[in-house]
Design a protein around this ligand. Structure first.
Ligand SMILES: [Fe+2]
Ligand SMILES: [Fe+2]
Length: 474
């Protein structure tokens, strides 16, 4: 269905035919805009930004580009087209018709999942709100804002589901999505990673590489849901989400490239020399990887989870790309996972496959994360250096699951708390690292100019040159 932009709320769900729902969402809309003005990107209300806006939900040519003031962005409700005669693809309900309404027995579970997903979307906008003040270029500033408006739209996507299918409690949850705030001591966001501050652009690239990728895997799992409106919503969100990870992948690549250039020019890989030359040394990059990767791993939940088993059994949440699995019932199978043996070592345990669904998803995510790391390592090797970046062990610095609270080194070997504290600044960004990285963050706003710690992008947006004035500061 085409997107109707004549409506106050652009949509392809026939909102005009449902007056009660339309009124409820039109009531929520000004609250959203107030939130955007207060908690959205700092000092950005009057900027003209070269943004893409969805025009159809087709995979091909789904967006148009143009200069927009962000508070006037047309946030709306877009669902992927329904698949004819879609059936549940996994679990005990395998082969059953999908649900077009919420089954009573799954109501609170589905609401919780939608609220938890919805909460992450505005959270990331709040985390990133001050980054525009230290942008390394107009190209990067535009990318930040593109991601921010789309996370705002993802909030709309979840709020639509809450309003349309969950009655009064759904409307209350939608209000609360605007009253919790990232890092707020009294009313924090639901998930840990979304309360971590993002105060520099290296953290932003790490977040878009690692944490937006977690989002991708969550959306893929929810796109399998037997609750068809959720599936269609998530399928379209995945189309938008791909760009967020592009920003993370190319952002870190550009940091690596620039650092290698300066390493060559100086003939040195000494972190002190590189810092004095104004670029981010590779060991510091590794510590940021350790931090954001380990934090993002927790978002998948516990390795052995009865909730995960229930979601799978009942058809609420599948595995990412469920169709690629040979078999969709997952009974009588086990997954072997590493657990602490409580004597300072690692033992292994068999977990029934349905209970291990979080771990299955996390495993797919880790493989995906490693692709970029290997690409960066190729660049380092081609430049003639021995240093290699690596993902830390999934046991390292976990706060959720069987490894929560167990101290390990980045390779996953259990160690004492004292040993862990003693090495902390070798493994995770120290205060000094953060201070140094922040010291590089100076706002660059001349079209085509780039901060000295970052290589220019390989191309611009929508076939425009990288030097285009992507944001008019007015
Ligand atoms: Fe999102
Ligand atoms: Fe995202």
């Amino acid at each position: 269905m085409a997107i109707d932009y004549q409506q106050r709320i652009p949509n392809n769900v026939g909102l005009g035919d449902n007056r009660a729902l339309q009124r409820a969402l039109e009531h929520w809309q000004p609250h959203f805009l107030d939130w955007w003005r207060e908690m959205g990107p700092s000092a950005s209300q009057n900027l003209d930004v070269y943004l893409r806006t969805a025009t159809t939900v087709d995979a091909e040519g789904w967006a148009e580009y143009g200069m927009v003031k962000m508070p006037e962005y047309r946030w709306g409700i877009f669902l992927a087209d329904p698949m004819p005669d879609r059936r549940i693809g996994f679990g005990d309900a395998l082969g059953d018709k999908v649900w077009h309404q919420v089954p009573g027995e799954h109501r609170s579970t589905l609401r919780r999942l939608i609220v938890t997903q919805g909460d992450t979307e505005p959270a990331s906008v709040e985390q990133q709100r001050r980054l525009g003040l230290s942008c390394p270029s107009l190209y990067d500033l535009r990318n930040l804002f593109q991601i921010n408006v789309e996370e705002g739209r993802h909030l709309w996507a979840m709020v639509y589901l809450l309003h349309a299918f969950f009655g009064r409690d759904g409307r209350e949850e939608a209000e609360e999505l605007l009253t919790r705030h990232s890092g707020d001591p009294d009313r924090p966001r639901i998930l840990g990673t979304f309360n971590e501050p993002i105060e520099d652009w290296l953290s932003f690239f790490m977040f878009t590489y690692f944490t937006d990728r977690d989002g991708r895997y969550q959306l893929k799992s929810l796109a399998e849901s037997g609750f068809d409106p959720l599936s269609r919503t998530c399928r379209f969100m995945l189309t938008e989400e791909a760009y967020h990870m592009f920003v993370g992948r190319t952002g870190i690549t550009r940091v690596v490239k620039r650092t290698l250039e300066v390493m060559k020019a100086l003939g040195s890989d000494d972190p002190g020399d590189l810092r004095r030359a104004g670029v981010i040394d590779l060991p510091t990059l590794q510590r940021y990887i350790n931090f954001w990767f380990s934090s993002s791993l927790d978002l998948f939940g516990a390795e052995n989870s009865s909730n995960a088993a229930t979601y799978f059994a009942t058809g609420i949440k599948g595995r990412p790309d469920e169709a690629r699995f040979e078999e969709h019932v997952a009974l009588g199978q086990h997954l072997r996972i590493g657990v602490p043996d409580r004597r300072g070592g690692v033992a292994s345990e068999e977990v029934p496959m349905r209970n291990a669904m979080n771990e299955v998803t996390r495993g797919a995510y880790i493989k995906d994360c490693d692709i970029g790391v290997q690409r960066w390592n190729r660049l380092i090797a081609e430049a003639g250096y021995e240093f290699r970046l690596a993902l830390p062990s999934p046991r390292f610095r976990r706060a959720v699951g069987v490894w929560a609270g167990v101290h390990t080194d980045p390779r996953g070997n259990p160690i004492s708390e004292e040993a862990s504290n003693a090495r902390r600044d070798d493994w995770l960004p120290s205060e000094a690292d953060r201070t140094f990285v922040k010291s590089l963050m100076h706002r660059v706003t001349e079209p085509g100019k780039m901060a000295a710690w970052l290589a220019p992008p390989e191309g611009g947006i929508n076939n425009l040159p990288a030097t285009y004035e992507y944001v008019r500061l007015n």
